[in-house]
Design a protein around this ligand. Structure first.
Ligand SMILES: *[C@@H]1O[C@H](CO)[C@@H](O)[C@H](O)[C@H]1NC(C)=O
Ligand SMILES: *[C@@H]1O[C@H](CO)[C@@H](O)[C@H](O)[C@H]1NC(C)=O
Length: 131
């Protein structure tokens, strides 16, 4: 079921959805083996791009390229080690501005599968948990 959980995060993270959350629906149509988004058959084609591995200057360019190859969704983690370098001191500006990254994706018509962590993967020290 992790895919479904990611998809739910996707729908919740969509900036449009935030403005109109009561109007949005997501269902699993088990009978036809498909998802329904706002009542319509829905398939997402997603690729991963991790904002914290790409300088902010390139975010729009990279997202546009992902859109142009046919994706309708992107996936990113939130790496907390990147945002909380010192205990209790957070950075969400500049290259750390994940909100701006998500907004850019929305403006380009891409849905976002947001994986907020705090554990994100084994590639990062302690899985991305702040030291
Ligand atoms: C909210 O959803 C309704 C129905 O889908 C739509 O008519 C309306 O324009 C939406 N509002 C916003 C602010 O997106
Ligand atoms: C936050 O990170 C940006 C780089 O993305 C840096 O320019 C800025 O100085 C940092 N802010 C703090 C308070 O550390």
């Amino acid at each position: 079921m992790p895919g479904v959980i990611r998809l739910l995060a996707l729908l919740l993270a969509s900036a449009h959805g935030l403005h109109n959350a009561t109007q949005r629906t997501f269902q699993i149509d088990y009978h036809h083996n498909r998802f329904l988004k706002d009542g319509q058959p829905f398939r997402y084609i997603s690729g991963s791009i991790h904002y914290f591995r790409v300088p902010r200057f390139y975010w729009k360019d990279r997202l546009l390229k992902m859109k142009m190859v046919g994706l309708n969704a992107i996936q990113t983690y939130v790496a907390w080690t990147f945002h909380e370098l010192q205990p209790g001191q957070y950075n969400f500006s500049g290259d750390h501005d994940v909100e701006h990254f998500i907004q850019l994706a929305h403006e380009l018509g891409l849905l976002v599968i947001l994986r907020p962590g705090p554990y994100i993967c084994a590639e990062w020290d302690m899985g991305g948990l702040p030291a």
